[in-house]
Design a protein around this ligand. Structure first.
Ligand SMILES: Cc1cc2nc3c(=O)[nH]c(=O)nc-3n(C[C@H](O)[C@H](O)[C@H](O)COP(=O)(O)OP(=O)(O)OC[C@H]3O[C@@H](n4cnc5c(N)ncnc54)[C@H](O)[C@@H]3O)c2cc1C
Length: 385
């Protein structure tokens, strides 16, 4: 069987929900309200599917609300990386979303990018508008032809609103399933959410995807904690995303219209056990981020909190997007493990999820990419059920 086509969609035609007539699934339950869950909800809704979102803490409460929002057309192209096609498709979708929502509503704009060496032991207190004056050597690594940015929290929330999904704050703690289908979701507090024959489930849990791994037998997912600050800037910094080299670390700065996003100081990979609202910075990382921000932006960031969140990573570093049929759940789809490119690749992921559910096959990206990112690539692993 061609697993890329094999989402096993049910044959009930959409009740009142379908405007296209293609829809075979009446309703989709999306678990997780980050950029991947919100994008899935948005593109499913565009196909006439009703969407219910189960989110444990709040829409965009984790990495999707705390990321930088840098977008690049072709930075994933090298070496036959399957993520390249996803990124190219998503870069175009971001442009369309900016037209649909209005660029300012989601912080979309074209931006250049530089690799910047920062001088040792120098303190920059000069004009914030020309912060690149501080840089001792810079190389342009991206232009406005191929680079852009969004405000991740604004975009995620706009996508969710645009989907008209019902969002319920509820934590899913388990999956009940038969040999071939998810039959219900177990919720914290003892309730269950039955999954009807004309419903499907999309898991978009970022670094918390071990819920699916554990119950449906996929490899472990990891998180890599990284820190960020959002510093108000008036006047705005010049629109250059800077990928710096500072004291052996690589912090990044993304100027936005009225603030500067500064991030870096990632920790090593680990299994994420904290709840989204329990993720806090390590003291050493916070010290370094504050020192870096002070050097670049002077005292502007002094009272700004440092936030922490996790890059979500699959075992092989490639996102896992596709049907869970080979894991015994033909009415389930997984979309997770987007690493440092989840904001860029969120919209294409959502569109791919919607095509899989509504058409039974994916046309946005080439077939070889569909197989490379599918959960079925781990199918030889023993299922622990
Ligand atoms: C510091 C930093 C900077 C970044 N910068 C960029 C960038 O510039 N460009 C870019 O493209 N990407 C960037 N990324 C990566 C990007 O943020 C992530 O890849 C992306 O946000 C992942 O989205 P997600 O929806 O998969 O996961 P998340 O945003 O983690 O969302 C998962 C959601 O699931 C919910 N959840 C968890 N457990 C449960 C449960 N049991 N039941 C119900 N809900 C649950 C959580 O509350 C959360 O809302 C950055 C990441 C970091 C950490």
């Amino acid at each position: 069987m061609d697993r890329n086509r094999g989402v096993g969609f049910v044959t009930v035609m959409a009740g009142g929900g379908s405007s296209t007539g293609n829809v075979r699934v009446r309703k989709v339950v999306v678990v997780g309200g980050g950029i991947v869950g919100a994008s899935s909800a948005y593109f499913l809704a565009k196909r006439g599917v009703e969407v219910e979102v189960l989110e444990s803490n709040g829409v965009a409460c984790a990495a999707s609300g705390k990321a930088g929002g840098f977008l690049a057309l072709d930075w994933n192209d090298e070496g036959g990386n399957p993520v390249g096609s996803l990124s190219r498709a998503s870069f175009s979708l971001h442009k369309e979303l900016a037209r649909d929502f209005g660029p300012d509503a989601i912080g979309y704009r074209l931006i250049s990018a530089v690799a910047a060496n920062l001088p040792e032991n120098a303190r920059h207190e000069a004009s914030k508008a020309s912060y690149l004056g501080y840089v001792s050597r810079e190389t342009v690594i991206g232009t406005t032809e191929t680079c852009a940015q969004v405000h991740p929290e604004k975009l995620t929330k706009a996508l969710m609103r645009g989907s008209s999904a019902t969002v319920t704050i509820a934590k899913v703690i388990g999956i009940n399933h038969s040999d071939s289908k998810i039959t219900s979701l177990r919720m914290e507090g003892g309730a269950t959410r039955p999954i009807a024959d004309d419903e499907m489930v999309v898991f978009a849990l970022g670094p918390w995807s071990n819920l699916v791994s554990k119950e449906l037998g996929l490899p472990t997912f990891y998180g890599q904690k990284a820190l960020s600050m959002v510093v108000p800037t008036d006047p705005p910094l010049s629109p250059y995303a800077s990928f710096t080299n500072w004291r052996g670390k690589s912090p990044e700065i993304y100027p936005r219209a009225d603030e500067a996003y500064v991030c870096g100081f990632g920790e090593s990979l680990r299994i994420v056990t904290e709840k989204p609202d329990e993720v806090v910075p390590l003291e050493s990382g916070e010290r370094q981020l504050r020192a870096f921000t002070k050097e670049i932006l002077g005292s502007m960031g002094d009272n700004v909190p440092v936030r922490a969140c996790h890059l979500p990573l699959a075992e092989d570093g490639i996102p896992v997007i596709g049907s869970l049929e080979s894991n015994g759940a033909e009415n389930g789809v997984l979309a997770a493990g987007h690493s440092c490119w989840g904001i860029l690749n969120g919209p294409a992921t959502g569109k791919v999820v919607s095509e899989l559910i509504c058409d039974g096959e994916i046309s946005l990206i080439p077939k070889w990419v569909v197989s490379s990112i599918s959960p079925a690539r781990f199918a030889s692993r023993t299922r622990s059920r």
